[in-house]
Design a protein around this ligand. Structure first.
Ligand code: UD1
Length: 336
């Protein structure tokens, strides 16, 4: 029997587009809903794109009335932490209130499975820098809170008979599809790997290290960098798990080991074959010294088997994409 359709919100964005592509390779029937506020039409390489907002109840009704959808994967969100501090209601509106509208439509239309794009930001600053799914959730910014509130809505809705769900708490996502078909084109990027790769292509003059006096081995921040292709495959595993009747679960997505800012920059320099211009700056507000996943559960529960757990692979796929953007390659998309 053919599986029903999957609606992917935010499928034109960085992570969503990698999942949409993998769903296509798995012959899944996909429809993307994306308002293209930060996503790109060209990033949607499988199924139809509906340009619209997740918080548009009338549009959702129309979509559910015309498509036989039993699974929703929800990526659409604002994701810039400092912006969430400066403009919290933008985050509660889009990440929490719109998710509520989406969940109402899912409950009304009998959606069975829900995969949610959550974040390690729900942990805030965990003890010892390592967070397991049982660690306390104490977000230190509205971005993390806005995502945690959606986890709570999912939990309570599923208890009340709504869809079963898997919420994946992402650590530091980086890298691009190794074949170079899609990548990360977020304008005004702040994420370390992308910033360092932009410095490598000359798109920006250099890269700054924010804080060299942390209590870490080389004084710079440690993070758990996960390749976007492995993260995407966890979503397909979650889909299989839910279809097989798996119970609702919250799972960390990371590799369970940390790299420092200096190690990331060194990896980009290796991939680039040339040194970057690096400056040392004060700590960035709100940055924990260390944030690493305790990441066994996702393997146990979903049978997730990552294939790109290697820093050099992560940064070389990012750099290849950045070079495509820098060359205005017709295969790449970029913000004007
Ligand atoms: C990212 C996510 C956050 C998530 C977290 C999980 C976004 C916008 N942020 O934040 O939601 O909770 O991963 O671990 O998606 N750094 C520099 N120079 C730079 C940029 C960064 O030194 O130019 C340093 C930072 O201080 C930090 C590390 O690099 O130590 C990683 O920073 P970044 O890539 O911005 O990600 P997070 O802040 O960890």
């Amino acid at each position: 029997m053919k599986n029903k359709k999957i609606m992917v919100t935010g499928g034109a964005g960085y992570i969503g587009s990698h999942v949409v592509r993998q769903l296509g390779l798995a012959n899944e029937d996909v429809i993307t809903l994306d308002n293209l506020s930060t996503g790109f039409e060209a990033a949607v390489t499988n199924g139809d794109l509906i340009v619209g907002d997740t918080g548009d109840a009338a549009l959702l009704e129309k979509i559910f009335a015309t498509h036989d959808i039993d699974t929703v994967m929800h990526f659409a969100a604002h994701t810039v932490v400092p912006e969430s501090v400066a403009n919290p209601l933008k985050y509660y509106r889009n990440n929490t209130a719109s998710s509520c509208t989406l969940l109402e439509a899912c409950a009304k239309n009998g959606v069975k499975n829900f995969v949610f794009s959550s974040t390690a930001a729900v942990y805030g600053v965990p003890d010892g820098g390592r967070a397991s799914e049982d660690s306390a959730t104490q977000p230190i910014n509205p971005y993390g809170t806005s995502k945690l509130m959606t986890e709570w809505m999912l939990r309570d809705l599923s208890t009340a008979g709504g869809p079963r769900f898997v919420a994946l708490r992402y650590f530091n996502v980086a890298g691009c599809e190794p074949g170079g078909t899609i990548g990360q084109s977020t304008p005004k990027a702040t994420l370390l790997v992308k910033v360092a790769c932009e410095a490598a292509t000359g798109a920006r003059p250099g890269v700054a290290i924010f804080g060299t006096d942390f209590s870490t081995p080389d004084g710079t921040g440690l993070r758990d960098y996960i390749h976007v292709e492995d993260l995407a495959s966890a979503h397909l595993d979650a889909l299989t798990y839910l279809r097989n009747g798996g119970e609702s679960s919250i799972l960390n997505c990371g590799y369970g080991r940390g790299y420092s800012v200096r190690e990331v920059i060194a990896a980009v320099e290796r991939a680039n074959g040339q040194k970057l211009t690096v400056s040392e700056e004060p700590r960035r507000a709100g940055d924990p010294p260390e944030l690493i996943a305790v990441a066994e559960r996702v393997r146990e529960v979903l049978g997730w088997a990552p294939k790109f757990d290697d820093l050099d692979t992560i940064v070389s796929t990012s750099l290849a994409w950045e070079r495509k953007i820098a060359a205005r390659d017709s295969g790449a998309y970029w913000a004007a």
